[in-house]
Design a protein around this ligand. Structure first.
Ligand SMILES: [Zn+2]
Length: 66
């Protein structure tokens, strides 16, 4: 019987470090990244960051899959 704590933004995901499905704390970060030189503008991209609660390994992926 799993207990759910809605106040904790956690998800069970596979951790490549643990090689297990572990609890991850998920958050969204806005990162400013520079594009190639041809485009001098900076773009701000939302990243989804998941931190393994077992080993602390963080993985992030860009949310815009344009
Ligand atoms: Zn882990």
């Amino acid at each position: 019987m799993a207990t759910t704590d809605d106040s904790f933004n956690g998800m069970t995901e596979h951790c490549t470090e643990c090689d297990l499905d572990t609890l991850h704390e998920v958050s969204v970060q806005i990162r400013t990244e520079s594009l190639k030189k041809e485009n001098a503008q900076f773009s701000r991209e939302p990243y989804r960051v998941a931190e393994c609660q077992q080993c602390g390994n963080r993985s992030s992926q860009r949310m815009n899959n344009a």
